[in-house]
Design a protein around this ligand. Structure first.
Ligand SMILES: *[C@@H]1O[C@H](CO)[C@@H](O)[C@H](O)[C@H]1NC(C)=O
Ligand SMILES: *[C@@H]1O[C@H](CO)[C@@H](O)[C@H](O)[C@H]1NC(C)=O
Length: 362
């Protein structure tokens, strides 16, 4: 009687492992080959009155960072990973605004006035439900046919921070008028896209549309740890530090949770909900200026970003997750003890069956 039990357990274990394999295989299917880290996620906690958007990271010291390897966006191969270290992403909100801090190690490189000879970063968020991480929204239309109707649902929100014309420690953004070229102006540029070839700056209309309500609500500042002064830099101080100094770049951002966008150009954040996010990093390889598509990203798919509520709701969430861990451990423990008891029972009954003699026969 004990043997079928052991068999059942064995079959059960087999089923569990083949289910895991199935899940893995499902994840790898599809035309875009992406081995996404399922565990990757960031949490933006309610922590009001902690950070100032000045590019400095000291005020973020007590906020947990989430570390991601940086791999080429177009070829996310482990061998081609950014060598100087991972990117740490920190996020929080104060009930009104979202805040982000991106930290990445890298030698100081700066060429005043040339964004392509300075590092740069971007954040990308899903707006439309159908917007994929891959191909920046993934709308199948060409630049001639993509518009807000033909690509409805594929909108992504991008904020790109280029350093060539930005003084460290100074605040950029929140432009009332989004200037510059159709795609990729300079400084801090708020964009939306349906795919890499259908990209526009917010406020810049695709044909026949009125973009006047979608402006740049972002603010940002940057810093490098090799700078020796915390006093205000001016443009004449460029390049602010000597070239090739080892250290860490800091990119700090903020934006209101909600914007007055009416055209699906801005991601909207809600407390208690999850958004989909990614971050990109451009860096000069061997001193050569970078190109638009030559960038690293923190993952080959969207990374969930939980915007958690404050106070009582927060402690409820915390209790829930710790209960899950405790329940999981208890289940594992009971499963192990169950297996042990079955084995002991089986072993005892097997050994006893040889020597056992009923008393009534004595
Ligand atoms: C959007 O593109 C589609 C397909 O190319 C076209 O039929 C439609 O008229 C365009 N709409 C606008 C508002 O331009
Ligand atoms: C865009 O806005 C301007 C000013 O409010 C208005 O005159 C114009 O008709 C609008 N165009 C469209 C296509 O809605």
């Amino acid at each position: 009687m004990a043997l079928p039990f052991v068999l059942q357990l064995f079959v059960g274990c087999l089923a569990i492992s083949s289910f895991a394999q199935l899940a893995e295989a499902h994840q790898e299917s599809g035309e875009w080959d992406c081995d996404a880290d399922e565990e990757a996620r960031i949490v933006a906690q309610f922590l009001p009155g902690i950070v100032t958007v000045d590019g400095q990271a000291d005020d973020w010291a007590d906020v947990d960072g989430f570390e991601f390897p940086l791999r080429p966006a177009l070829d996310p191969d482990e061998d081609k990973e950014y060598k100087s270290g991972k990117m740490s992403v920190k996020a929080l909100h104060d009930g009104t605004n979202m805040y982000f801090m991106l930290q990445v190690d890298g030698e100081y490189l700066y060429t005043k006035g040339d964004d392509y000879k300075c590092p740069s970063v971007a954040l990308m968020f899903q707006i439309g439900d159908d917007a994929t991480y891959h191909n920046m929204g993934g709308c199948k239309e060409s630049p001639d046919t993509c518009n807000s109707t033909s690509c409805r649902g594929h909108e992504v929100d991008i904020i790109h921070f280029s350093l060539g014309n930005s003084i460290p420690g100074r605040l950029y953004g929140e432009d009332l008028i989004n200037v510059n070229s159709k795609s990729g102006g300079f400084g801090l540029v708020d964009m939306y896209s349906w795919n890499p070839h259908c990209r526009n700056t917010d406020g810049h209309s695709a044909s026949g549309e009125n973009g006047s309500t979608a402006l740049n609500n972002w603010k940002a500042a940057w810093w490098h740890s090799s700078f020796t002064t915390h006093a205000g830099f001016i443009e004449d101080d460029s390049p602010y530090s000597s070239s090739g100094q080892k250290g860490t770049y800091y990119f700090e951002f903020s934006r209101p949770l909600r914007t007055m966008d009416r055209l699906q150009r801005d991601a909207q954040f809600s407390i208690g909900q999850s958004s989909k996010f990614s971050a990109a990093f451009w860096y000069l390889s061997d001193g050569k200026p970078w190109h638009g598509s030559e960038h690293y990203t923190i993952g080959c798919d969207w990374i969930p970003m939980d915007v958690t509520p404050g106070f009582s709701a927060q402690s409820k969430v915390a209790t829930g997750s710790s209960w899950d861990a405790a329940a999981g451990f208890a289940f594992l423990l009971s499963f192990v003890s169950f297996c042990v008891s079955i084995f002991v029972g089986y072993w005892v009954s097997k050994t006893k069956s040889v020597s056992f003699t009923p008393i009534d026969r004595l």
